[in-house]
Design a protein around this ligand. Structure first.
Ligand code: HNI
Length: 141
């Protein structure tokens, strides 16, 4: 459960990277495919070379979804229902991959926010991404 303080921290840190959010999406996916190569099997139709146009455009979609989630943190189950269905029933992504991507997003945020990515900011992002993952994975039960 995100506290009011978590939300404040999340919004504040997200605003700090407002001008490079798309870059963050691209870097996080590039990192995912490099560090967890099995995740590449879901994207046979993509050019997966680092920073490719496919990765860039997909990163933009993932970031937009995260931003929507941030703005709808109180009712994620409803607001992310469609994405949850898509990943479970159509794409059939093994849910462990959601944790891999969350980890990559945190690392990329840390590399950009540097000293501002302190323990409190880390915890807020960790909690938020856990909530997102829970919803994305709920249809697998
Ligand atoms: Ni995911 C499509 C959001 C994790 C594999 N994914 C999307 C779309 C969004 C999205 C948004 C576009 C939907 C549409 O076009 O209607 N994905 C998210 C979010 C996370 C996530 C917010 C976690 C934080 N997706 C993952 C992971 C994998 C994954 C971890 C696999 C490793 N996603 C896909 C695939 C597609 C996809 C595959 C379809 C891509 C395409 O364009 O063909």
């Amino acid at each position: 459960m995100l506290t009011a303080e978590d939300r404040r921290i999340l919004k504040q840190s997200w605003e700090k990277v407002a001008n490079i959010q798309e870059e963050i999406g691209c870097e996080a996916l590039t990192r995912l495919f490099a560090v967890y190569p099995t995740s590449k099997t879901y994207f046979p139709h993509f050019d997966l070379s680092p920073g490719s146009a496919h990765i860039r455009s997909h990163g933009k979609k993932v970031i937009k979804a995260l931003e929507d989630a941030l703005n709808n943190a109180d009712h994620l189950h409803e607001s992310m229902a469609e994405l949850s269905n898509l990943h479970a029933y159509n794409l059939r992504v093994d849910p462990v991959n959601f944790q891999f991507l969350a980890r990559c997003i945190q690392v990329v945020l840390a590399t950009h926010l540097r000293g501002d990515f302190n323990a409190q900011v880390y915890v807020a992002w960790d909690k938020f991404l856990c909530c997102v993952i829970e919803v994305l994975a709920e249809k697998y039960r």
